[in-house]
Design a protein around this ligand. Structure first.
Ligand SMILES: [Zn+2]
Length: 340
């Protein structure tokens, strides 16, 4: 089959479109012909070099496609079925996995990070990770869903425990997690404040349902939040940006508020004023992907059309270098998808 592999870490030039051996379908697996694989910032991090990644390596976490082979031990699936794959790898038999906490499994990793991903034509996956999709979603849309909607669901519902009527600040309206976070918070009848960097993105954020959009290049986030909330602050901040927004995010919280973070796009180190955390009784929570149960739950609302994946643009897999350059310019609003 054709696949894109990296043999060394670096810029887009290390992405090589080449022939590799077809994967073998184990008896407990399903073989899927990849029709679409959505990009995430993780693709860029892995390409540049993350610890534990074995080379050569295939990137790509979010996969949708068609079943071409069903292993002997697998029931309930058939050849030709349209499916998406849960973007995570876990052992499926440890105490955490069997209690439904797959993202706390010792083997847990995101597909395309420590295990090969979907920038290829064929991929084998255990049945537990295979989820049928409705005909109302095309493959590009289906591939745009799992990682970001699961991440946002686990952050807001699983970790921060949002409740109707709360005010939620979602950083980066144009990011995948931002797009999912805005829709989820509105779904839970929360008031949503978000941030964007230009007029086009601000308009799109409003279209998604955001009540207030702050231009993070022209306005100071915490000051605007203070004005919008009548000096009160927000209940929850959905963070994934890191040092560039961290202090503003903390300052935007009301006393007793919760900051939940799933990423560090602008770097791994931030400062924290302990006096501010304890006196205002803030919660700072980490969040990593989510559980299979949460994925099934959020997908239900995507499959019935309530939550919508946003596709910015699709590239042929062979043009993956252009796709990576496009992502690094941050001009997209929604997912970038690679089609083998
Ligand atoms: Zn496990």
């Amino acid at each position: 089959m054709k696949a894109v592999r990296i043999h060394e870490f670096g810029g887009p030039e290390v992405l090589r479109y080449e022939d590799v051996a077809d994967p073998q379908c184990r008896r407990d697996q399903v073989l899927v012909r990849v029709k679409a694989c959505a990009m995430n910032h993780l693709d860029i991090w892995v390409r540049k070099g993350l610890p534990g990644v074995k080379l050569p390596h295939i990137l790509g976490s979010d996969i949708a496609g068609e079943i071409v082979e069903v292993g002997e031990y697998v029931s309930g699936f058939k050849v030709g079925q349209r499916v998406l794959l849960a973007p995570m790898h876990f052992c499926n038999h440890c105490a955490k996995c069997t209690s439904g906490l797959q993202n706390q499994c010792r083997e847990f990793t995101v597909v395309g990070n420590l295990v090969d991903g979907g920038n290829c034509e064929l991929i084998a996956a255990p049945a537990v990770r295979v989820i049928p999709i409705p005909d109302t979603l095309d493959f590009n849309q289906a591939a745009s869903v799992p990682l970001v909607f699961l991440t946002a669901w686990h952050m807001l519902v699983g970790r921060a425990g949002i409740r109707p009527g709360q005010t939620v600040l979602v950083l980066g309206a144009n990011s995948g997690v931002g797009i999912a976070g805005i829709q989820l918070a509105k779904f839970f009848n929360c008031r949503v404040i978000t941030t964007a960097g230009d007029d086009r993105k601000i308009d799109k954020a409003h279209e998604l349902g955001a009540d207030h959009v702050i231009n993070h290049y022209k306005q100071k986030i915490s000051e605007e939040v203070r004005t919008i909330t009548n000096k009160e602050g927000v209940d929850v901040v959905l963070e994934h940006v890191g040092p560039a927004t961290w202090e503003e995010s903390l300052k935007s919280l009301k006393p007793g508020g919760t900051l939940v973070t799933c990423g560090a796009t602008t770097g791994p180190q931030v400062g924290i004023d302990l006096r501010f955390v304890y006196s205002r009784q803030l919660s700072v929570l980490g969040s990593y992907m989510g559980t299979m149960g949460e994925l099934h739950e959020v997908l239900k609302h995507v499959f019935n059309g309530t939550l919508k994946p946003i596709v910015d643009r699709a590239f042929p897999l062979a043009e993956i270098r252009e796709a990576h350059e496009y992502m690094e310019k941050s001009q997209m609003f929604g997912k970038i998808v690679l089609d083998p």
